[in-house]
Every structure is written in structure tokens, then in C-alpha cells.
Design a protein around this ligand. Sequence first.
Ligand code: FE
Ligand code: ZN
Length: 519
Amino acid sequence: MTATANPTGTPKAKKLSMKARYGALTRDLDWAPGYVSEEEMYPHTSYEGIKIHDWSKWDDPFRLTVDAYYRYQAEKDKRLYSVLDGFAQSQGHLTLSEGKYLNAMKVFLGGVTPLEYAAHRHFAYLARQFNGPGPRFAALCQSIDEMRHAQTEIHTLSNYNKYYQGMHNFAQQHDRVWYLSVTKSYFDDALSAGPFEFLIAIGFSFEYLLTNLLFVPFMSAASFNGDLPTMTFGFSAQSDESRHMTLGLEAIKFILEQDEANVPIVQEWVDKWFWRGYRVTGIVSQMLDYQLPRPVMSWKEAFELYFEQQMLGGLFPDLALYGIKPPKHVDQAIWEKDHLSHWLHDTFYQFSHAANFTTTVPDTEHLDWLAQAYPDTFNQLYRGKWEEMGKLAEEGNRFFYPGLPQLCQVCQVPMVYCENGNPHKRAVYHSEYEGENYNLCSEGCKWIFDREPAKFRQAWLPVHQIYQGNCGGPTIPDVLEWYGFQEGDSGEYIGSVDHKNWIARHQMIEDKLGQGAGH
Ligand code: FE
Ligand code: ZN
């Protein structure tokens, strides 16, 4: 007998724990199919060879219900959109570090935003195809997150599109422009893989292994260069990102724990998708080191912190317990950290007449910054070339490469890389498949090609497509028109439409301030 005895005499229902309440609202709603077999209902989860014995072992780390999810996301959106409004009304773009900073955002909008949308589509597919309700709901939330990321990024950058060139046609350009095929083909490769491979490719290798190398640099670049909207977007995506990272880690551990036979399959996917993703982050490397008027950190520093320390040092010892080793070819990525951005921005510089951004030779202060960030390589190997390019530009002979580069069949980056350990030897690999020769940029890409030649022989290589006459016509102006470029989208920054406008607008402000002081 207790003091709180129920006066009506009916037994009082015990309140459910948080976990039980969450279970009742989510995975307990699932049912076992009665009229069809599980195989028929979920036909895509067996052909990759992954064995799952107990889908209920998937643990949901966040326990979100639909109500909580939308309330939280709506609050973040409200905050973001009020920042965007305030920035637009106060002509905030004039307080950016410099007009050319937006070149970094043009790369982001054309290269990354369409991938958010592709991720939205494919996580929706996983939300249908996985047998277990736990991973299905996690995939559903991520699908909606990714749609939101695509929309908020477009809204965030749309204000700049009113005043600057190069952003007006990003979706079509994602499908057509040579360097954007690097990011597009990476995601197409994942979209055309099976559901488990996609989960390891995007959920784990991208969202866990490499996301900090992609997002943190872009978002801190924004904050350092006065881009409050992009920074705010970054914060609003960050809490989603931490959910996605947890999903990726949960996914790999779940698959590995289910059956020992899964380990070698997952290892090959980690090897493949580390290298695919790493090649894509090369675009980030040149952004960090060359495209920011106010640099944040070098690629080398970012790679050491977010990859070597956090992943090789923190994550992989943990995964070793499951029998997973650090990715193949990781030693080459470590060696390349002293060179990567210099090779790639050199390419961006020489081909920016055919890109949706502009480039210019770094000034002396910037070259000095690079020299201290890369004490072993920059002055020794790369500075001289920039000084030479600067001299040519001053003499009125700004250099653009007049031909088309050889692309790697797998990563689709021009073949600008060097042999592991030797910055003086250009790396060129070949594979033969059914009598045809394919060119590969590295041991990593060659290994990936040889594993799935029938897949990669189908790659849509922008340069080959131009030569085959599928890109608007045989001349550079034909191709640029097919890309949907307008005056000022591409080429040299100094003297460009954006540069002239930047100077004119700031002159106007100074004149106004000058008049004000006279009164
Ligand atoms: Fe996203
Ligand atoms: Zn490659």
C-alpha cells in the first residue's frame, strides 16, 4: 500500500521510457510481409554479397521522431533566412574580403550543391530498399536533410548571383563543364552502385572520412572572408552533418558485425571510395591555398588535422578491431599533401577561360604565405612558375592553355599528378580492356579501373566528348556557348566584369563617405 494509491482502483499505466516511446513510434510500426517473401519485398539487398542476419541490431543513435525532426529543422531555417534577408538588404556582399573570393563559392555551387540533390535522391532509394526499419528511417531523414542542403545552398548563394558572374547556370554546367565532371562522375559512380556500396561510399567514406576536409574548409573560408550567409548555412547544416557522420559510422560497424564474410567486401569499398573521394577533395585543396583573398589554413594543415590525425590516428585503430585496415594508396595521398594544390590550381589557372570562375596570379604576399605553409616544396618547385606567369600577364600575354588535357578515366581530373615520392616524374598509367587503351592518373585510379572496367569504360569524359563533337561544336567558342557561359563568367580576374564592378562599387562608397565628411 502506498500513499499515491489510485482512488478509482484501476491500475495506473506505467509511463514508457524515452527509448520505448521512440520504438513504439518508429520501428515497432514495421511488419513482416505475409503475401510476399522478404526477398521479393527487398530485392536489392542480396546481390552485393553482404550478409545481414538481424536488421534489428541497427541502433538509432538519435531517436528522432518526425515531429522533433521538423521542429528542429524549421527553427534552423528561420534563423538562416533572417540572416540572408539582413545581408541582402544591407548590401552585405560589399563587405566581402574581395570580389574574387566568390570564385570559391562558384566552385562550391557548381560542384557540391548538385551532389546534395543527388544524395537526396539516393538516400530516398535506401529508405525504400533496406529491410530494417532502423536504417530506413535514418536514410529517410538524411534524404530530407540533403534536399534541404541543396535548397539552402541555392538560396544562400542566389543573392550573390544578382551582382556577380559565373553562378547563373550552375545546374546545367554541372552536367557539362569539364572540371565539374569530376564531382558529378564521383556521385554517379555511387548512385549506380548497390545500396550497401552506396552506404559505404557516401555514408561512410564521404560523410565520415572526408566530410570535415570538404565542409570545414569551405565554411571557415566563408567566415574569414566576410561571407556571413555561407557561414550561417554551414552552421545550419552542421548538426545534420553530425547525424550523417554517426549514420556512416553506425552503418560500417553494423555491416561488419553482422557477418565476417562482409569484411573483405567492405575493405574493398573503403579502398575504392577513399581514393575516389580524395581525388575530389583536390578541388578543396586549390580553393584553400589559392582562391581565398584571406587564407584560413593550408591544404597540408587541413589534411593533417582532419584526415591524418582524426581518421588515420583516431578512427582506423578502432576499425582494426573489425579487421578493417587503413585505405589502400593512403601513403600517396599523404605524400601529395605538399604538392596537390599547386598542381591543381596551376590547371585551374591555365583553363579558367573554360570554367565558371576566374583566376589570377597570386600577389607577392600570397606567394610568401604559400612559402611558409609549404617550406619544403613551394619556393623550390612552384614559385618560379607563378612568377613567370605573372611576368607574362604583365606583358599582356596572360597564358591560357590552348589545347585540351588528357583526363583520367576514373577520377576525370586532368593527368597532372606525379609518381609517389617524385615531383619531377609525371604519373601516367594505362589499362587495356577489350582491345582499348585507357589512361589513369595514379595507382589508385588504375586499381579502381581494373576492378570494374566494364563500369568505367562508360565514363563521360568531357575532353573525349568535345573531340567526338558532342559539345556544341569544334571550336572553343562553340563549346563555351554550349556550357552556357556569359561574358565575365570565366578567364582572368583582373579586368573582369566582377573586378571592374568591385572597384566601381567601392569607389561609389568612398565618394559618398567623402561627401558625408565634408558636411
Ligand atoms: Fe548534405
Ligand atoms: Zn584518376
